[in-house]
Ligand binder design. Structure first.
Ligand SMILES: Cc1ncc(COP(=O)(O)O)c(C=O)c1O
Length: 369
């Protein structure tokens, strides 16, 4: 039985009619930009995250740049970012005029820690972007205790819970992506910034709208970066289901545990106090390419997302300036994402585990021969 790497269709199937009706309503209303759907989604998403504000923007990359600008980050400043993440986390920094400074990550949670951030601090550090990678949680309070404001990149962590609150409510501000494959995904590009800070939210609202609040006077050089009405309407249908989908992702991880996958590979570990809505289920193995080839032969989806970490990407080499990130390099070499969906069944988890076992046995046989 083939098992896909992800499945964005099955969870949405029961909502198709509702989504189509929501789209038709927006089309009939002829309000497409910054209308009632965006306003309602912003209120609902802020309530979900437990923040005073949510501001819809065009995508998760703009969300990072705009949030950093609203936090006062600019030329001459350093912003600490992990390198074991999607490229956009670092790419969003130079447009503010600041410099990304790469830090290492924790080998168990794959997220930045207070130690890895402390090791990267410079006299010019003005902010840290922590990534709640794969749905896990970075220790925001511990990092803020170092005396630097934290921007949470929560693009992959919608639906995650923790004793300290939800991602989005833990730092000075947070950013989300609603790219279609995300835990909460729209039908195109979309993003949001959440914060409890009224002034910061007001600055974000202005920056997403050409640096103006009335399109008459322009106070900043801003962006044209809005979540649109169609996407907001689609997200509003989905948001009430996010927690159930997140439970499905947690169940899927439990299915893998119960199937004995941990006897074959190193499994991802939830951060302390965190119940991750696993966006990707990323394991580690010493022979990732061999495992990937064997799984593909058996029609099990898998992917190495960050084989070349950001600090080694061509566009970042000069900025990274030879920084040494041994844990990042090791994770980049050894990681592999296995199937993860809100509807991954116990049977599918057993199928994946059996395929991993078969690939290991093949290897053992070949080594003996
Ligand atoms: C960790 C992380 N940060 C930022 C982004 C950028 O979001 P977007 O694609 O919506 O610009 C993504 C996803 O694409 C991501 O996974």
């Amino acid at each position: 039985m083939p098992v896909p790497l992800f499945d964005t269709n099955t969870p949405l199937d029961p909502l198709r009619e509702q989504i189509e009706a929501a789209i038709a309503d927006v089309v009939a209303s002829r309000r497409f930009i910054l209308g009632p759907q965006v306003a309602a989604f912003e209120a609902e998403f802020a309530a979900y995250c437990g923040t005073r504000h949510a501001v819809g923007v065009a995508n998760g990359t703009d969300a990072l740049t705009i949030a950093l600008r609203a936090m006062g980050i600019g030329p001459g400043d350093d912003v600490i970012v992990p390198s074991f993440t999607f490229y956009a986390t670092a790419e969003a920094v130079p447009p503010t005029g600041a410099r990304p400074v790469f830090c290492d990550v924790d080998p168990d949670t794959y997220c930045v820690s207070a130690e890895t951030v402390a090791a990267a601090l410079t006299p010019a550090t003005k902010a840290v972007v922590v990534v709640h990678l794969f749905g896990n949680l970075a220790p925001v309070a511990e990092i803020e205790a170092l005396g630097v404001p934290v921007l949470e990149d929560a693009a992959q962590a919608a639906g995650t819970r923790s004793g300290a609150g939800r991602p989005g409510s833990l730092g000075r501000a947070a950013t989300f992506s609603f790219f279609p494959s995300k835990n909460l995904g729209c039908f195109g590009d979309g993003g949001a910034i959440t914060t409890d800070d009224d002034a910061l939210a007001a600055a974000v609202r202005m920056l997403r709208f050409h640096g103006s609040h009335d399109k008459v006077t322009y106070e900043h050089v801003g962006y044209n970066s809005r979540l649109d009405e169609l996407q907001a309407a689609i997200l509003r249908v989905q948001l009430p289901h996010l927690d159930a989908w997140a439970d499905g992702r947690r169940d899927a991880a439990r299915h893998y545990d119960e199937a004995g996958l941990g006897e074959l590979l190193s499994l991802p570990a939830a951060a302390k106090g965190c119940e991750p809505a696993w966006h990707l289920y990323v394991v580690r193995t010493d022979r990732p390419d061999e495992l990937a080839a064997g799984l593909r032969e058996r029609e099990i989806g898998c992917k190495a997302y960050y084989r070349l970490p950001v600090h080694r990407q061509p566009a970042m080499l000069a900025i990274a300036d030879g920084v040494q990130l041994p844990v990042t390099d090791d994770l980049a070499r050894t990681h592999l994402a296995l199937p993860m969906t809100p509807v991954l069944s116990a049977e599918q988890a057993r199928e994946v585990t059996a395929a991993v076992r078969a690939v290991s046995l093949d290897h053992a046989r070949r080594s003996r021969a």
